[in-house]
Design a protein around this ligand. Structure first.
Ligand code: F6R
Length: 640
């Protein structure tokens, strides 16, 4: 059994868990643990045997190991490594192979001899696989077993590629990848259809034999599976739960990945808490939804029986707490996202003055504005605010190749129709056709094709913003340089993007800025786009007086919404407005039906948007507030 956690607050956790503020500090710690294993072995003249993983999770661990090698003389000369897995079939030279991954992130930068590196071979003939796998296991045990195995976790709960259904004593073998795993890998392969259906992986049993096992997970996307792996019952449906049976395992998490563990998500169930305003709100919303009872109907007993007795003692009776939280929620609701003129605004989310506000809505891709806050966008325009929209990136990556041909054909035919010279367009068209014939999945397009793709999205965005009611001069295409630059280089400076954003902000001097506050994917475009806006605003706050009057509102993307207790402005939409919003989303034709990057949600964007806003409205109603068709939600950024 795993070492038991005797602390009260971790009593729901069935494996030892260590939570770090962020993945950087956590990764550095893991790298140092690996380094000390290597050094201890070296001191005894022995070989350290490392079990390594690929994927996004261990990247920073490798970064630190490389640093330790380059700057602190850590040597890998007598280290032997075994990787968990490799896709099958897979050529080691392919970009997506785990061989390429390991070279890029670790092996090319350290002094490990090539002969000491072991990664399952994706080029074997089917009949060779079994013998190869047995030899892989044998080689590990001949070396005395793995001194440490590092793991990530897939959203299916896989470790290595041991998908749901794997046996606890499974050995290295050929496996079939789960659909969700293939969808998660689809970005690397330029579409799920290009992701291999199989892989060779070490088994759960192989992993188990390691002398130390560290499972790492970062970011909100992993929170749900981490909760199941740490607090759930052991089950083949979630292979990571088998780790609960090991007495030398540790889960290393960042705060976001740990966010759904009981001690963080519903801490009142795990220990005594300080009942501040935000925790009280979270707990009351939780209690009401858990019991299926409107907030105003919750009783002292309901509180007492659900870990909230102390709250009632401190702030009760239930009625007083109920009414306070009910009012708080009620006050988030407003049909006036730009503020309601000529009324007392002390309990409203936005200021009444100035009645006509300057507003900038920043949209990371050309359709986030209407997908994520189309109803509010329409309201702001209808209510006469001076609203600008700024499309931060061109979004060219998400346009299908055949749309490029279709638009170029249009340009050529139009030239013929008006008797104009179509020479250059024909040449570009012919080159594009040739390029697409041999284009590899995920290959970056030549500049001219990227321009066509960007223009396709530009036209759609203009159509959407005009439909909302914006004058053309209020529609801005920033084409921030980081977006294309990141396709070619590792240059991570955003100075020109920040400068450009500062200029636009200075021009509009907004009272309200709306920005996508989607942080689940830390390297994703939305997060980068947000950081650029924030940096621009912070710099302007040092010099420009108008910024003191500028409020920053965050909206979330197509995938998930803010939890109810965090929402600070809830804008209800009527059925008519939901329909208008849908039509605005429809203007983005290149993203309709089957987008290039659908993510792991089979629904079209407009359906996701409508489901999300009606779910929020449904939750408000369940809590005992009015029954709206849909609600768009916002959170205000606190600068100080
Ligand atoms: C990688 C591996 C997988 C990943 C898991 C998480 O060698 O075996 O189990 O660890 O899929 O992937 P990331 O880290 O990309 O989220």
């Amino acid at each position: 059994m795993a070492r038991l956690n005797l602390l009260e607050e971790t009593r729901f956790e069935k494996v030892p868990v260590k939570v770090y503020p962020n993945q950087n500090t956590a990764s550095v710690d893991v790298a140092h643990r690996i380094a000390s294993i290597i050094k201890n072995k070296q001191a005894k003249g022995e070989t350290a045997v490392l079990g390594l993983a690929t994927g996004a999770t261990p990247v920073k661990v490798y970064q630190e190991l490389v640093r330790l090698h380059k700057e602190e003389g850590l040597s890998f000369r007598d280290v032997v490594t075994f990787n968990l897995d490799e896709y099958y079939p897979m050529q080691p030279t392919d970009d997506q192979s785990y061989v390429s991954f390991m070279k890029k992130h670790l092996f090319d930068h350290i002094d490990i001899p090539a002969a000491n590196i072991n990664i399952p071979d994706g080029t074997l003939a089917p009949e060779e696989i079994q013998g190869y796998c047995e030899a892989y296991e044998q080689k590990i045990s001949n070396l005395g077993g793995l001194d440490i195995q590092i793991l990530g976790i897939g959203r299916t709960g896989h470790i290595g590629f041991n998908e749901p259904g794997s046996a606890p004593n499974s050995g290295t073998r050929l496996v079939t990848l789960d659909d969700l795993t293939r969808r998660d890998a689809s970005r690397d392969f330029g579409g799920k259809e290009n992701v291999p259906t199989k892989a060779i992986t070490m088994g759960v049993g192989t992993i188990f034999k390691a002398k130390e096992i560290i499972l790492m997970a970062w970011n909100e996307k992993k929170a749900e599976i981490i909760k199941k792996a740490v607090e759930g019952e052991i089950s083949p449906e979630i292979p990571a739960t088998y780790l609960q049976l090991s007495d030398h395992v540790e889960f290393i998490l960042d705060q976001d990945a740990a966010g759904m563990l009981t001690r963080f998500d519903t801490p009142w169930l795990a220990r005594d808490v300080v009942w501040d305003e935000s925790l009280t709100k979270k707990a009351v919303v939780w209690l009401s939804l858990k019991l299926g009872k409107a907030i105003l109907k919750l009783t002292d007993d309901d509180y007492n029986n659900n870990g909230m007795a102390e709250l009632v003692t401190e702030q009760g009776p239930a009625y007083s707490i109920n009414i306070k939280i009910f009012n708080d929620l009620q006050r988030t609701i407003t049909g006036w996202p730009g503020g309601k003129p000529n009324v007392d605004d002390s309990n409203r989310p936005e200021r009444a003055e100035p009645a006509r506000k300057n507003v900038i809505l920043f949209s990371p891709h050309p359709d986030d504005d209407v997908i994520s806050m189309g109803g509010t966008f329409i309201r702001l325009a209808d209510q006469g605010h001076n609203i600008h929209v700024a499309y931060q990136t061109s979004g060219n990556t998400a346009v299908w190749d055949d749309d490029v041909l279709r638009y170029l054909e249009f340009v050529q035919d139009f030239a013929i129709a008006i008797d104009d010279d179509k020479g250059l367009t024909s040449k570009i068209y012919a080159e594009a056709r040739e390029f697409f014939k041999t284009k590899k999945p995920n290959q970056v397009d030549p500049e001219i094709i990227r321009i066509v793709k960007a223009l396709i999205r530009k036209g759609e965005a203009i159509a959407g913003a005009r439909f909302v009611g914006l004058p053309d001069e209020n529609i801005h295409f920033q084409n921030l340089p980081f977006y294309d630059r990141s396709k070619f280089s590792k240059d991570v400076s955003f100075e020109d993007d920040i400068q450009q954003t500062m200029e636009l902000l200075r021009q509009v001097k907004p009272h309200q800025v709306f920005a996508a506050g989607d942080f689940a994917d830390p390297h994703g475009t939305h997060k980068v786009c947000f950081d650029i806006i924030l940096k621009a605003l912070l710099r302007l706050r040092e010099t420009d007086e108008w910024t003191r009057d500028c409020w920053l509102w965050l909206y979330r993307g197509a995938w998930h919404e803010y939890p109810i207790h965090e929402i600070e402005m809830a804008v209800p939409l009527s059925p008519q407005e939901v329909k208008r919003k849908r039509l605005a989303i429809f203007k983005h034709q290149s993203q309709k039906d089957v987008p290039v990057f659908p993510g792991d949600d089979p629904r079209e964007f407009w359906v996701r948007a409508e489901d999300r806003t009606s779910e929020t409205a449904g939750l408000y109603h369940k809590l005992g507030l009015a029954d709206y068709e849909a609600i768009e939600a916002f959170v205000r950024w606190k600068f100080d």
